[in-house]
Design a protein around this ligand. Structure first.
Ligand SMILES: [Zn+2]
Length: 461
């Protein structure tokens, strides 16, 4: 017979199901951006306090030692000694993705949880409480540290918390993220990222009257983009270049004296690979400036390392996840998902519900082909301690991320049940680590074998 979940964890989740969903919904209804997540932080701190945590602090991630700074993160702790297990959640939403909980496009002004971080915020708070409950019942030794982080979408939240030293003594850090695939524990290649704005300065003039006196910053932006398009052919496999024009002039009859373009350079060859593309793009930018007699400033917004998968930890947590009962949706929820599928995917939902919503755990492989090309600031933790960033479930199968459809899932049972499931699997994993603490030696042996460099925090701002 297959092993089953720890009964205390199961009991806690059964008793608190409605409260968890209420918390997820509360965060969904109050979407906040970037480092400005005081509301989400407050309600998540309240939740864990109400469920028995004594050591709960609201802090400011980027000004950690200043108690006066407005809070945007939660740190709570229970227990003492080793091992130290971190349960991590995220709080921030995305601009422009406000959506009502209808299975068709019905926009709401402002930001929305189009990446589903509200179900991570509630899911991780619940996970911390469930784990604490099981630790008490079975008198487990060790420390549980619960962290809610802001600003994942701008790539700095966990960078600041890493700089603050919150992961330094952790044996493992555990988090889950929703996704449009089955729940996945497989290690794979991931990307590091350079986020850079190139700001061009020219000379304004009447575009018709005296164009010879103007030097167009917009021309420089266009030439830079053209140069980068040609460069695409000559970058290594696993390199990604994305851009948008952030300033392009104000009127056609005025030669723009200012224009800017923002680039994300991603590489599966770590920070070195991303920097290599950045350095070459700088030459393209300088060339564009020279051609147009403008000047250029390079402004690095953020850099983020690649996510390091700790293979023994992934394998261990996969085994723990198999102890959970299946994720299920009611007939009403299934109908809602089918309607949403039709609106988002612009075709009828498949007959077989297994092809509409992810509800299963993918079979584990020591390495999965293909690069995880989206980046996450969980990578900061993964350079410091063995880290699990499991992903999958909570969005339509094959559905788009950073999309109103995800906002809709995150505000309803479709996402909420996945958030509970994804984190519950990690709680069972944490329980199994607390009861077999010697396994952390294997995780650390692997971590050390990677010889990871020290992180550079100088770009955080
Ligand atoms: Zn996200």
């Amino acid at each position: 017979m297959a092993e089953t979940m720890n009964k205390w964890i199961a009991e806690w989740y059964e008793q608190n199901d409605a409260d968890i969903k209420k918390l997820m919904r509360d965060v969904w209804e109050h979407p906040e951006l970037g480092l400005e997540t005081p509301y989400a932080a407050k309600v998540c701190a309240q939740f864990v306090k109400e469920h028995g945590f004594d050591r709960v602090e609201l802090r400011c991630a980027e000004d950690y030692n200043n108690p006066e700074a407005r809070p945007n993160a939660v740190i709570a702790e229970y227990g003492s000694g080793r091992p130290v297990i971190g349960i991590i959640g995220e709080l921030d939403a995305l601009p422009g993705l406000g959506q009502n909980d209808t299975p068709y496009r019905d926009p709401k002004d402002g930001p929305g949880h189009g990446c589903g971080h509200c179900i991570m915020a509630g899911g991780s708070a619940a996970a911390a409480c469930a784990l604490k409950y099981a630790m008490e019942k079975d008198q487990l030794k060790g420390t549980l540290r619960f962290i809610e982080a802001p600003a994942e979408e701008i790539g700095v939240g966990k960078g600041w918390l890493a700089k603050d030293g919150l992961f330094d003594d952790m044996d493992v850090a555990l988090m889950w993220h929703p996704g449009s695939c089955e729940l996945d524990y497989d290690p794979r290649d991931s990307v590091a990222i350079y986020d850079v704005e190139f700001r061009f300065y020219g000379k304004t003039a009447h575009a018709a009257g005296q164009p010879w006196n103007g030097r167009s910053a917009l021309d420089a932006v266009q030439l830079m983009n053209m140069g980068c398009e040609f460069m695409r052919e000559h970058v290594k496999p696993g390199s990604y270049i994305h851009y948008c024009i952030t300033a392009g002039g104000l009127a056609p009859n005025v030669v723009p004296d200012y224009a800017a373009v923002r680039y994300f350079f991603r590489s599966k060859s770590g920070m070195e690979g991303a920097k290599e593309i950045y350095d070459r793009a700088c030459k393209v930018a300088d060339g564009a400036a020279m051609m147009t007699e403008t000047t250029v400033e390079k402004h690095i917004n953020m850099t983020m390392p690649d996510l390091i998968y700790n293979i023994p930890l992934c394998r261990f947590l996969y085994q723990s996840a198999l102890k959970l009962p299946d994720l299920e949706y009611t007939p009403e929820e299934q109908q809602f998902a089918r309607d949403l599928y039709k609106s988002v995917m612009e075709k009828d939902a498949p007959e077989d519900f297994d092809k509409v919503m992810p509800m299963h755990i993918s079979e584990f492989h020591d390495h999965k082909d293909g690069v995880k090309s989206s980046a996450t600031d969980a990578s900061y933790m993964s350079y410091i301690c063995p880290t699990m960033h499991s992903s999958g479930m909570g969005n339509l199968l094959g559905g788009p991320g950073h999309h109103w459809g995800m906002t809709c899932c995150a505000g309803t049972a479709l996402g909420q049940k996945a958030g509970i499931f994804g984190y519950m699997a990690l709680v069972q994993g944490a329980y199994d680590i607390f009861t077999h603490p010697e396994v952390t030696e294997e995780f650390w042996e692997y971590q050390r074998s990677l010889n990871l460099p020290k992180l550079d925090y100088s770009v955080l701002k």
